[in-house]
Structure formats: C-alpha cells, structure tokens
Design a protein around this ligand. Sequence first.
Ligand code: ZN
Length: 127
Amino acid sequence: MPRTPFGTIVSRALKLRCPRCGAGPLFRGMFRMYDRCSSCGLKYERAPGYFLGSAYINYGVTAVLLTVAYVVLHFGFELTNRQLMAPLMTLVVVFPLAFFRWARSWWLAMDCYIDREGFESDQPEET
Ligand SMILES: [Zn+2]
C-alpha cells in the first residue's frame, strides 16, 4: 500500500478526522473521543496513556504563542507587564483547552505517518 502523503495526513489532522482513512471523526464532543474510526475501524488510543504526548504538543504551541504575544505586545506596542498580566494569563488557560482536540489529532496523525505498518495492520477484533 502506498504511503499516505504528508499533506493528506496534515489535512486530516486539521479536520479532526481519522488519519488512516480521513472519513471517521475523532471526537464526539469537545473532549470525548471515539474509541475507533467509524469508517475503517482504526483504534485511536493506541496504548494506555497514548495521548500523553499530545500534551507536549499543546504545551509547546501554547509556550510559543505566549512568547510571541508577549514580545509583540511588550516591545512592539509597549504595553507594561501589569497591563499584559490578565490577558496573557487568560490566553494560557483558554488556548490549551481550545487547542486540545487539534493537539491530539496532530499527535495521532504524526504517529500514523511515522508508524505506517502499525496503523495499516490495526483492524477491529471480530465479534
Ligand atoms: Zn478511519
């Protein structure tokens, strides 16, 4: 089976869709995921604690966003630290919650891209 192009994997991640087939949704609510893809049967949580890695993505993106926001607002717009405290504190609380789904989707998509054989061989158990 040919490797799924990187652009396709990224597109599926941005749309919060199954990285293997692109059809099944990952989430059924703001924070709740489906166990498996409704289309191809891919198990989303590959192992216990699998999505811990997505917390690092979320943390990293939030840290970069905070740093850029601080530098631009403090040095570009000359806002004081006191003026920036409340808005940036709000940013570091709200942004990770809003970004939660994309961090998990990105983590799953990157794993699917790197571990192609593991994702191709995953099939739902026969019942
Ligand atoms: Zn699928």
